[in-house]
Design a protein around this ligand. Structure first.
Ligand SMILES: *Cc1c(COP(=O)(O)O)cnc(C)c1O
Length: 504
């Protein structure tokens, strides 16, 4: 039998756990993030991958990480996750768009799932993984998923976990920090095991609040006694990160299949980044042997990651901006901790110190050696004006509609090509349907005077007339649906809200 892959905390505490235990816990006991003891290597050739479906690819990648799941269990999770919930058979289509500025680019559309953002790629499978993991570990408690969302995770997690037996889910979102369509999607969520709460604060406040609740051992004990335990649906959960590795492998295989690259030829990937989960999955794919050259990390004006890659110092002490790409309005990118851990050659003590400095002073530095090990990453950012201009240009020249997050990536890729002169094939990760951010998209395509006074749903219809892109089912569904949630709290009330909802 193959040796099982174990997981440990980036901060060194808590010992080794299996994949299923890591998925159940979400966050390690010492506050660190679970990481595999080593990154496994792809054991199927890319040529063979080129003949596989999305589901087959996902299985091939996940089996290498989730070694305590049986083949049957894992395949069943994959089949249940990537089914007709996705509105295209390919699950994640790769669309080529010719572009006069950068030559042709490929957009990997990850928004064909039930909530029309890329979070569906992982959150449609996480509930199945968690249910199997709970059985495997004889969990008798009810699992309480606590989630902080910058807008997209919340709905994707609610949709994935609604009515799943033995699990309930509570989502905190920044009350004034999400798009109206994002908010409506969450507030109309059905399922007696769901709860949605707006927080008077930004995403970082929500995420910090959730982390503090996880960290509160007293509360953990009280919960345990009452028959509950917490887990997380945020990308700090390894059960979210690993399914995301799959689509990078899938995308490369499509380029190979279409003859756009030769086997082994390296490509760039461009990722609109917030919490650093998506791009970290690309890095894992690279470390598994996928021929990726540069990982282009695209930020909006909350450019803490851009500054980090340029200067080697992470500093969240700065002004926070609400932008047209709200899912990237983040100053503390949680998954960066996993990269810091790897770049420091698994220095657990050093990682713990840096994370402590981050929570106490709001900043930390990395060594020159670590910067050298992170040279695979290129940081760039786009301003709000550039995002608007990019949406307009790509639509007018190419009749392809970008959502604002993808437009950030598109613009940063342009800067990257200008700066480096690279001519390699590139994949731009398209993280959301333009219909999720219709007002921003219509402001870009027309102007603010043309959209003023119109409801978001009127703009949905206008975008459809203008672009010919069909309106996704996810938007039609919420048009007339009644709100089912209306709770709002201050950030210092989050814990009380959780306790009340769980234990009454
Ligand atoms: C979550 C999200 C991002 C950021 O992804 P991370 O994994 O948090 O870096 C980008 N775009 C959209 C549309 C998202 O929902």
């Amino acid at each position: 039998m193959k040796k099982k892959l174990t997981y440990k905390s980036t901060r060194g505490g808590g010992g080794e756990v299996t994949a299923s235990e890591a998925i159940l816990k979400g966050l390690a006991d010492d506050g660190g993030l679970f990481v595999p003891e080593r990154i496994p290597q792809l054991d199927v050739s890319l040529g063979d991958m080129a003949a596989m479906t999305y589901q087959e690819t996902a299985y091939e990648v996940m089996k290498l990480f989730f070694t305590d799941f049986t083949e049957e269990e894992l395949k069943e999770c994959v089949i249940k996750a990537y089914d007709s919930k996705f509105d295209v058979d390919e699950v994640a289509p790769l669309v080529e768009v010719a572009d006069e500025t950068v030559g042709s680019v490929h957009y990997l559309e990850l928004f064909h799932g039930p909530t029309i953002a890329f979070k569906d790629m992982a959150l449609s499978i996480l509930p199945h993984l968690m249910t199997v993991a709970a059985k495997k570990n004889h969990v008798e408690n009810e699992i309480v998923i606590l989630t902080a969302t910058s807008g997209d995770t919340g709905k994707a997690a609610l949709s994935g976990f609604a009515d799943v037996e033995g699990i309930r889910i509570l989502v905190f979102y920044p009350k004034d920090g999400v798009s109206p369509i994002q908010e409506k999607q969450m507030l109309t969520q059905k399922g007696d095991n769901t709860c949605v709460v707006g927080v008077e604060g930004n995403f970082d406040d929500c995420q910090n609040g959730v982390k503090a609740i996880f960290h509160d051992q007293e509360l953990g004990k009280r919960l345990e006694e009452a028959g509950y335990q917490f887990s997380s649906a945020n990308s700090i959960n390894i059960g979210r990160l690993v399914p995301q590795v799959a689509y990078y492998v899938y995308a490369y295989a499509r380029l190979l299949e279409k003859g756009k690259v030769k086997e082994g030829e390296t490509i760039h990937v461009v990722v609109p980044t917030g919490n650093f989960g998506n791009i970290l999955a690309a890095y894992y794919a690279k470390r598994m042997g996928l021929p990726i050259d540069v990982l282009v990390c695209a930020s909006n004006v909350n450019k803490v990651l851009y500054d980090f890659f340029r200067k080697g110092s992470y500093d969240r002490n700065r002004e926070f901006f609400v932008t047209s790409s709200p899912s990237m309005d983040i100053l503390v990118s949680s998954n960066l901790e996993r990269l810091i851990y790897m770049a420091s050659r698994e220095d657990e003590e050093g990682t713990a110190k840096r994370m402590k400095a981050l929570s106490q002073q709001g900043s930390y530095d990395v060594t020159d050696e670590m910067r050298r090990l992170m040279e695979d990453f290129y940081g760039g950012f786009a301003t709000e004006k550039e995002v608007e201009a990019t949406i307009k240009r790509v639509f007018e020249k190419r009749q392809y509609v970008l959502d604002p997050h993808t437009a950030v990536a598109s613009k940063v890729y342009e800067q990257f090509v200008e700066e480096t002169g690279s001519h390699k094939a590139a994949i731009i990760i398209s993280t959301a349907s333009p219909y999720k951010f219709t007002r921003s998209v219509m402001n870009a395509l027309k102007n603010e005077t043309a959209t003023r006074g119109k409801s978001d749903f009127e703009l949905v219809d206008e975008l459809c007339r203008l672009s010919g892109v069909p309106i996704p089912q996810a938007v039609e569904e919420i048009r007339k649906a009644p709100n089912r949630h209306d709770m709002v709290c201050r950030k210092d009330e989050m814990q009380a809200v959780v306790e009340k909802w769980v234990m009454g």
